[in-house]
Ligand binder design. Structure first.
Ligand code: SAM
Length: 251
């Protein structure tokens, strides 16, 4: 048993593996200008069990490649997409997001909710750009400071856990510097964290402790998750996920 087993057991039963919401995915789709376009090819990178993939498939009827490096999540995604009647729009791909082999200029859109941080925002937007057609859409959600100043405790936590955390203006400048033009931005509201992510996770945390006989590893894993939840509840005014929608500029 290692920490990856704990992560899979915690997140596989959940509808989402990170903050987000169907209404917010639809809002990003609306800002992207993709609605109503036939025959779209989209990759949903770091899709988890597929909350956004299924929302995209329902809204756009596109040809979607759902990418995650955990096959356990992809098999769950397939079950859920089947139950939602959209499996015919989705192909799953077990692959790491830092070594993807889509054809150059082959995708109309790259979607990634709460996942690009795994390879770093700037590295991700740079390395994925070539897969997009010129004019193609990048839609990513990313941990973002909501204010210029914030409490030291919060600042220290996220600067340690994710040193690339920054304000929206920094992220937008990175998009502009890397061949994109930003076309939309909004902040995920609190219910995307609390109702859609942390509350269901807290239920699973209890079950996880029992499953692993309250082992030291399980207790320290659960304590770290709980600390993140406590910090969010205390400081929700200062940090959230920003949803960034941008268009790839021609070379
Ligand atoms: N997009 C989903 C959502 O919003 O519910 C999942 C977000 S979850 C925070 C991050 C996802 O990225 C997980 O499903 C994880 O397995 C996946 N992931 C992490 N590192 C990865 C990598 N190097 N390549 C592909 N997927 C990765």
């Amino acid at each position: 048993m290692d920490e990856m087993d704990l992560l899979i057991d915690l997140h596989k039963p959940a509808f989402r593996q990170g903050p987000g919401g169907d209404a917010e995915t639809k809002r990003a789709i609306s800002l992207s200008g993709l609605s109503g376009r036939p025959g779209l090819k989209i990759a949903d990178i770091g899709c988890g069990t597929g909350a956004s993939t299924i929302a995209l498939a329902k809204s756009l009827k596109a040809d979607i490649t759902a990418v995650d490096f955990l096959p356990d999540f992809l098999s769950e995604l397939e079950k859920r997409a089947d139950a939602a009647g959209v499996l015919q729009h989705i192909t799953t791909l077990a692959a790491s997001m830092d070594g993807l082999s889509f054809e150059p200029s082959s995708l109309d859109a790259i979607w990634s909710e709460g996942a690009i941080y795994n390879i770093g925002f700037e590295n991700g937007i740079r390395s994925w750009r070539s897969f997009l057609k010129p004019g193609g859409i990048l839609a990513v959600s990313e941990l973002t400071w909501l204010t210029q100043e914030r409490p030291a405790e919060l600042n220290e936590h996220w600067s340690r856990e994710y040193p690339e955390v920054a304000t929206a203006s920094t992220k937008i400048a990175q998009l502009e510097a890397n061949g994109y033009t930003p076309i939309g931005y909004f902040v995920l509201p609190e219910h995307c964290w609390l109702d859609n992510y942390y509350r269901p996770m807290q239920e699973n945390l209890k079950a996880l402790l029992e499953k692993y006989d309250r082992s030291e590893m399980a207790r320290s894993f659960v304590a770290a998750e709980q600390r993140e939840i406590d910090l969010y509840e205390q400081y929700a005014a200062f940090v959230s996920y920003g949803f960034f929608i941008a268009r790839r500029l021609p070379d």
